[in-house]
Write a protein that binds this ligand. Structure first.
Ligand code: AMP
Ligand code: GLY
Length: 421
């Protein structure tokens, strides 16, 4: 079969590698892909947001199955478009993807289904939001309701900070239309956990657990990023915690969507805080986490294409996934300046030496090929993952691989998985 992967980051390289490992996949196309995906098949320069271009590509190339990585095309309705055109595609419809693209809607759904989540008020007018924030004498979280490339969440220790954040989002519109509605949320405390599940409309299959490291600096300091590393499994995701998450969060949200005539198909990602009062939802995402998937997929031993087809055919209840019991640690190598502004185009050296190390996979995130060189092309450049007999040896091996790779301005966190050690 011919598979199309939509997107061009580390998550999409991970999907492409797993797809290419399937004996059933004879050809792989990535749009737009990166220097890593190019080595597995063909990159076609169509943007992940160009739904017309992607539909035309699937048609012209007679693609059999499309995997969509990022949230933006899912929320814009790529799945609806592909289905209408008769193409097989993995991911939720635009209505179901609203669970990520419209946080105000997601909060209302959670309330309706009595799902534990941070308490929040939703505002459409700055004056109302400001007045509310000033009456609260506690740390608050200001969230743009729409998609803001992972940057729409602002943690505010004092009400005055919340007012400044509201002004930026609602008046200055730093996230554009995404700030038309805003949530002002209570700030929760506790360790965070990402729980990702496959959903075929009805059946839920919880994937192996993982934990992301959102802050840029070691010891979880500095500004939030898209994720500086991840590891799997996460010891805080005990069987008891996962059972509670499934019972109190995943089952009710899938049920309420199904009851509303809006069945969910694809990957559902619950971003959770494990509070003293139990797990609470910070957000839902409608896709695989990045970099979480770069720590989870290397552990998957079952053919990914078989699993995805089971979701599409609503046979998820019949499959059982096999996992490598060994832990995986993914260390992100980023460009100096990230998550702020950074330069692109630095030559990356040492990739093949790193990849030659046992149980190491180098996922390309922001890279591209220029002539015979691979150069940096984004803030998060590479996700370097290693499996090990234990977390410490997985991390040591990932760092050994990191240390064989060089580009100007490269930096990483050397403490990924510290909570598991
Ligand atoms: P989100 O994009 O909603 O996952 O938010 C990004 C990050 O902001 C999360 O991973 C948390 O670290 C933090 N965050 C979001 N909502 C809250 C909250 N209500 N309380 C504390 N931290 C939060
Ligand atoms: N790593 C966080 C996310 O994918 O949303």
């Amino acid at each position: 079969m011919k598979v199309l992967v939509v997107g061009g980051g580390g998550r999409e390289h991970a999907l492409a590698i797993k797809a290419a490992q399937s004996p059933r996949v004879k050809a792989l196309i990535c749009a737009p892909g990166n220097a890593g995906t190019e080595a597995l098949g063909e990159n076609v320069p169509v943007s992940a947001n160009d739904l017309d271009g992607l539909c035309a590509l699937a048609h012209e190339r007679r693609v059999d199955l499309t995997l969509v990585g990022p949230e933006a095309p899912l929320c814009a309705g790529i799945v609806d478009r592909f289905i209408a055109a008769g193409h097989r595609v993995f991911g939720p419809t635009a209505l179901a993807a609203r669970i990520e693209g419209d946080k105000a809607y997601a909060k209302e759904l959670m309330r309706a289904a009595l799902i534990p989540t941070a308490e929040a008020r939703i505002f459409h007018r700055f004056a109302d939001a400001r007045q509310y924030a000033l009456t609260r004498d506690c740390p608050l979280v200001v969230k743009a309701s729409g998609l803001a490339a992972g940057k729409g969440v602002i943690l505010c220790d004092k009400p005055a900070d919340a007012v400044l954040a509201l002004e930026r989002v609602m008046v200055e519109k730093v996230f554009g239309e995404a700030g038309n509605a805003v949530l002002v949320e209570e700030m929760l405390e506790g360790p965070e956990l990402s729980v990702l599940a496959l959903v075929d409309g009805e059946t839920i299959y919880v994937l192996e657990s993982s934990q992301d490291h959102k802050r840029v600096g070691e010891g979880d300091t500095g500004p939030n990023t898209g994720g500086m590393g991840a590891y799997s499994p996460a010891p805080i995701a005990t069987d008891a915690v996962l059972a509670q998450v499934e019972r109190q969060i995943l089952v009710p949200i899938i049920d309420v969507l199904l009851r509303d005539g809006n069945p969910y198909s694809g990957v559902l990602y619950a971003g959770l805080m494990l509070t003293p009062g139990g797990p609470k939802v910070l957000e839902f995402n409608c896709r695989f986490g990045d970099p979480e998937i770069q720590a989870v997929l290397p552990r998957l031993q079952t053919d990914l294409i078989d699993v995805i087809e089971a979701v599409l055919d609503r046979r998820l209840s019949e499959v059982d996934l096999r996992w490598d019991p060994r832990p995986a640690v993914c260390v992100v190598m980023a460009s100096a300046g990230y998550p702020g502004s950074y330069k692109k185009g630095h030559v990356i050296e040492g990739l093949s030496d790193a990849e030659a190390l046992p149980d190491v996979t180098v996922f390309h995130a922001g890279t591209k090929r220029v002539g015979d060189k691979v150069v940096t092309d984004g803030g998060r450049v590479l996700g370097v993952t290693a499996l090990g007999d234990d977390v410490a040896s997985a991390r040591a091996r990932a760092l050994e691989a990191v240390d064989t790779i060089h580009f100007d301005g490269a930096f990483c966190r050397r403490d990924i998985a510290h909570r598991a050690l």
